[in-house]
Design a protein around this ligand. Structure first.
Ligand code: CDP
Length: 199
């Protein structure tokens, strides 16, 4: 089964998605890490456009994130890379290149995929769609940095803006613990999967 988890920065997508994937014995796709890789590559190589880089770099996801074999797990989490990621993510050619790779991954096996456009664009037929939200203050607190500028850019861009799919279940995580959110998503996944606990 495919579980799509979308939402703004600091809503808890990564922590929730990793734990839900473990509970469902599914794989975990961090689509944001791919945009971060293109952002890092573009900061390092201003002579090529983000779209050219998105089409040419080899991104490896997993316990470590690699670009063309180089471990960039720490580098892609830097604040300047976060900001640049939401800029390159406005480019439809960058999105097309990454969405194609994401769909290829999701074509086989069970996945919990997180991002901004998983339920709307990447996997519109996902078995379960979750949209995590949280108050701006709580999300900034979790992140240790303001997230508003990136949120506004993500929500207002023309191509694949951050928004809940019409059939997504919205969960406001402001006053919930991580365990409570995970429990809720696992329950919804069991129902979506015909009442069985198996992924
Ligand atoms: O973890 P956090 O929510 O801070 O960000 P992320 O998921 O790593 O994504 C970084 C940036 O990539 C976001 O601010 C979006 O601009 C972009 N992104 C996107 O456009 N579509 C996705 N499916 C995932 C990320």
């Amino acid at each position: 089964m495919i579980v799509a988890v979308d939402g703004p920065a600091g809503a808890g997508k990564s922590s929730v998605s990793r734990l839900v994937a473990a509970r469902l014995q599914a794989r975990y796709l961090d689509s944001g890490a791919m945009y971060r890789c293109v952002a890092l590559a573009s900061l390092e190589d201003p002579d090529h456009t983000p779209a050219e880089l998105a089409a040419s770099i080899q991104i490896e996801l997993g316990s470590r994130v690699r670009i063309d074999g180089r471990d960039v797990s720490a580098a892609i989490r830097r604040a300047e890379v976060s900001a640049r990621a939401s800029e390159v993510a406005t480019d439809p050619d960058v999105r097309a290149a990454l969405v194609a790779q994401q769909r290829e991954l999701l074509a086989t096996g069970d996945w919990v995929a997180e991002g901004r456009d998983i339920g709307t664009v990447v996997a519109p037929h996902a078995d379960l769609k979750i949209f995590l939200t949280g108050s701006p203050a709580e999300r900034a607190r979790r992140r240790g940095e303001p997230v508003n500028e990136r949120d506004v850019r993500d929500r207002t861009r023309v191509h694949s803006p951050l928004q809940a799919a019409p059939d997504a279940t919205v969960i406001d995580t402001t006053d919930l613990s991580l365990e409570q959110v995970v429990e809720r998503v696992v329950e919804l996944a069991a129902t979506a999967n015909g009442g069985s606990q198996d992924a």
